[in-house]
Design a protein around this ligand. Structure first.
Ligand SMILES: Nc1ncnc2c1ncn2[C@@H]1O[C@H](COP(=O)(O)OP(=O)(O)OP(=O)(O)O)[C@@H](O)[C@H]1O
Length: 476
């Protein structure tokens, strides 16, 4: 048997630069690489040389990668296949995984991601079950739109978990699409034909929430005139989404844990346990870690739920999706010439907004603008004013910025060497230039006013600009 460092990898891509990049990267990891520029040539090599892993592009000159995927699996006795694609939508990712792909990468990818994905694919058994036939995908659903690397990663994660029965925690600010992701996981799972029940605990009457979830037997409490099934029972064989799982009362968290660990629950007033055959997905916009620390969320449930997580970044961190999303919403409204209704100026203006309400805000703003514009190309004035941030205070760091700083600081500490600047100086030289530039831009290039705004001496400002080599010519 070959060792983890000495595998034969077949790369099938008609772009020589991609073959070259994989060749370099995999050879550095101690593997041997053969390449092919078409599925046909790749299959021939696969039959002859039985590679330990295949990297397969979706778009190939004749037969495409997704169609050829099962053939590669057969030709290599089920060696892992990593599929790569230039632009992925969720359906392509799911089709790849259904066709037997071990993983999925979207071009352009970061080298670290490619190494990580290839290593994981090789670690996985090279002799998995025979591939499942690619199933026709229904298009009659709410599609998830996104071309940004962040959304491509989300598609990959959905595709990888959809077919299993794993519980998944979906996190992200309000309006980022958590419920849409949960519905997509269900839609692409084996349970797709079974019920999908989203439950928001906050909307349930707190006095009867346990009965709502797990049902009750006759006489369990006043008003319980007959046996009744709860939502978990109604979702039998299907999927439940617990929307804002952080809102679930502590007593019910223990009962949910029982469902997750033993697949069992009790109707209120019943002593007979019932079997729950449900997949549990959960969503939250808050930091469950904090809730655990505050004693509001059970730690054991936290660990059970955070095994598989899909995080949806806020829209302001994937601004390149804004135009695509607007066009998508306009198309859904059958707006005339939806694709050209947003010109480059409007696109840039929309990208400037903070979109604190995320995709939900963008959707309602686009619908509003479409009504005002009545069929002509949209203008910024057609859009409602931006929604204010929930946390408009500028005197304190908002949670996400603090998180970024923590991540930065931990990474900097790890990289610290005898040659590095002290941590505080590193931090200042990373963050201060942006602050100085904003102050100067804001004051129209007036250094005296900028220094006043910053609360520092003019001379200090001049020295810092020099120290950071901020090119005065690039500033107003
Ligand atoms: N990537 C996307 N592509 C298309 N539509 C999207 C996308 N993300 C979100 N939406 C739309 O934005 C709206 C809000 O999405 P959703 O309800 O899934 O967000 P959420 O994160 O669950 O919000 P909340 O936390 O407030 O419940 C929905 O109308 C949804 O269809």
């Amino acid at each position: 048997m070959t060792s983890q460092e000495d595998k034969l990898v077949l790369v099938v891509d008609d772009e020589p630069s991609i073959c070259w990049a994989f060749q370099k990267m995999l050879q550095q990891q101690g593997h041997r690489v053969i390449t092919a520029s078409s599925a046909e040539e790749g299959l021939r090599l696969a039959e002859e040389q039985k590679p330990d892993m295949v990297v397969l592009d979706v778009r190939l000159p004749k037969e495409d990668g997704i169609t050829a995927l099962p053939k590669f699996r057969k030709a290599t006795d089920n060696a892992p296949v990593v599929v790569i694609t230039a632009f992925g939508d969720l359906e392509t990712a799911v089709a790849a995984v259904r066709g037997g792909a071990s993983d999925y990468l979207t071009k352009p990818f970061r080298l670290e991601d490619a190494i990580h994905v290839c290593r994981q694919a090789m670690e996985k058994s090279a002799h998995r079950n025979a591939p499942v036939a690619v199933q026709a995908m229904s298009t009659n659903h709410d599609s998830i739109v996104g071309a940004s690397p962040a959304m491509q990663w989300v598609f990959r994660q959905i595709a990888l978990v959809a077919d299993s029965d794993l519980s998944v925690l979906i996190t992200g600010e309000t309006g980022t699409g958590k419920e849409l992701v949960a519905a997509a996981i269900h839609r692409h799972s084996r349970r797709a034909e079974q019920p999908y029940i989203p439950i928001a605990p906050i909307t349930l009457n707190p006095d009867v929430i346990e009965s709502e979830l797990f049902g009750h037997v006759k006489g369990a409490f006043t008003g319980a005139d007959e046996d009744r099934a709860g939502l978990f029972e109604q979702a039998q064989s299907g999927t439940v989404l617990l929307d804002e799982i952080g809102d679930l009362p502590l007593a019910l968290q223990a009962k949910l844990l029982r469902v997750l660990e033993q697949g069992q629950y009790f109707r209120v007033g019943d002593v007979r346990p019932r079997q729950a055959n449900v997949r549990i997905l959960a969503a939250t916009h808050c930091n469950l870690n904090d809730a655990v620390r505050a004693g509001e969320f059970r730690e054991d449930l936290f660990h059970r739920m955070t095994g598989v997580q899909i995080h949806l970044p806020p829209l302001r961190e994937r601004r390149d999706d804004i135009e695509l999303l607007c066009q998508h919403f306009l198309q859904s409204m059958q707006y005339p010439d939806a694709e050209s209704a947003i010109d480059a100026t409007l696109r840039d203006d929309l990208k400037q907004r903070a979109w604190h309400g995320n995709v939900r805000e963008l959707k309602s703003a686009t619908e509003h603008a479409a009504v005002v514009a009545r069929g002509r190309a949209l203008r910024l004035s057609d859009f409602p004013p931006p929604k204010p941030s929930r946390n408009n205070s500028v005197s304190t760091l908002d949670g996400s910025l603090e998180k970024e700083i923590r991540v930065w600081a931990l990474a900097a500490i790890e990289k610290q060497s005898s040659k590095s600047l002290p941590l505080h100086a590193q931090f200042l030289s990373t963050t201060e230039p942006a602050l100085l530039k904003v102050a100067i831009e804001h004051t129209g290039g007036n250094r005296a006013k900028a220094a006043e705004l910053l609360g520092i001496h003019r001379g200090t400002l001049r020295d810092r600009l020099r120290a950071y080599k901020i090119d005065e010519g690039t500033l107003p």
